[in-house]
Design a protein around this ligand. Structure first.
Ligand code: ADP
Length: 389
């Protein structure tokens, strides 16, 4: 029976081995699970941080571009992609590859040389009138080493457009003022040079001077109105306004002008009461009816009519049976200084600001203006106003 002891010992050792191995494996497994969990948490935290970063960058109005230390795109936010109308994936590309804008290379080189770039203005070559302002700087770590580049893009298009409109406006105003002024100067000089000695000629010249002085006066009045309307300085005094009587009053003022062309003025407006500023609405209808007489035909008819719209709104129209407005000018007649026929408008004493004033006044009442016309078939201007009560 001596062999039983070694066998028992062997069995005990084997049991001990398996017990130890199981325990050891369990520990390793537990450690591995814990390690995996830590890894998962680290990954999750990094993903969360990235997602947060993306949400933050995407919520920016400015376009943002981050380049790594090899000048390759690491991140482009949504505003940047929209601003440049980009479709393809940008990550990993250089700016020139992604944007095909060699001009920006120079800008990057300046940043690389350690000079931050601020307020660099740049016009995109392919997109219509898209202007960008770029600020760029190097990103460095705590030890001052270059980690990459940050570029912030601001859309300047609207600002540039306003700047251009302002310049055009100033040029137009100067031109409009200069024309009557130089006529006045010219005739005054001729009178002083001797024309005053001939009463007939003097009378004719003085009438021309008077007409041009009136034109200047009208232009300045219109400019002041436009400026007050655009700056919001002009406050409306809202009250119930009977439109039918208002149009009758306007017709009265313009009757002699209509008679000169044998134009019939017809008020078809029902008893409509708008919530508006009576003086401003008088200006609106005076401009529209005056235009209808001026640009309508001799022996023509001008009709003012109206209908109720939903949501407490009234639509009023002023219609003539004149030559009408060409289709390509329909969208532009409400622009300041736009005229279909410049010479004709000037002959009629127009300033080119009437319809723009009409549009501003109607819009400040919360309404809309529009026009429809077919050549040879007359023009129909319409506007909406809030109903009183
Ligand atoms: P203006 O002082 O030249 O009349 P407006 O702003 O009132 O300026 O009108 C702009 C242009 O719109 C006019 O010069 C004219 O060419 C065109 N227009 C306005 N009303 C009519 C109309 N009823 N029929 C044809 N053309 C019109």
């Amino acid at each position: 029976m001596w062999f039983i002891w070694p066998l028992l010992l062997l069995a005990a050792l084997t049991g001990l081995h398996f017990w130890w191995r199981g325990k050891y494996h369990r520990q390793i497994k537990q450690q591995q699970t814990a390690l995996n969990e830590v890894k998962r948490q680290v990954q999750q935290t990094s993903l969360d941080a990235q997602a947060q970063q993306k949400v933050l960058f995407d919520s920016m109005q400015e376009g943002l571009l981050l380049l790594d230390r090899n000048q390759k795109i690491y991140l482009a936010n949504r505003a940047f992609i929209n601003l440049l109308d980009l479709k393809s994936e940008l990550r990993g590309k250089t700016m020139v590859e992604a944007l095909r804008l060699h001009e920006l290379d120079d800008l990057l080189q300046r940043v690389e040389a350690g000079h931050p770039v601020s307020d660099y203005e740049f016009k995109l070559p392919n997109l219509n009138e898209r202007w960008l302002q770029i600020n760029a700087a190097a990103i460095t770590n705590a030890s001052g080493e270059r980690e990459g580049t940050i570029l912030v893009f601001h859309d300047l298009s609207r600002l540039k457009q306003l700047e251009r409109q302002r310049e055009e406006f100033v040029a137009n105003v100067s031109h409009e003022l200069r024309t009557p002024l130089s006529l006045i100067k010219g005739y005054v000089e001729t009178l002083l040079d001797g024309a005053r000695d001939n009463p007939e000629v003097a009378d004719r010249f003085l009438k021309i001077i008077e007409r041009n002085a009136n034109r200047l006066d009208l232009l300045i009045q219109d400019l002041l109105t436009i400026s007050a309307l655009e700056s919001g300085r002009l406050k409306l005094e809202l009250q119930p306004v009977n439109l039918q009587s208002l149009v009758d009053k306007v017709f009265n003022h313009l009757q002699s002008k209509a008679d000169n062309k044998n134009v019939q003025l017809v008020n078809h407006l029902p008893e409509f009461t708008a919530n508006g500023d009576a003086n401003r609405l008088d200006q609106v209808f005076t401009n529209l009816v005056d235009n209808a007489i001026k640009y309508g035909r001799v022996d023509g008819v001008v009709v003012v009519g109206g209908r109720k719209l939903d949501e407490g709104k009234l639509e009023i129209s002023v219609e003539d049976d004149g030559p009408g407005i060409p289709p390509d000018a329909l969208d532009r007649v409400f622009e300041r200084f736009f005229r279909v026929d410049k010479a004709r408008s000037r002959d009629q004493g127009g300033t080119g600001l009437g319809l723009s004033i009409v549009k501003h006044i109607v819009q400040s009442h919360g309404g809309k203006v529009g026009v429809s016309s077919e050549l040879g078939q007359g023009a129909r201007f319409f506007l909406t106003l809030p109903k009183a009560g």
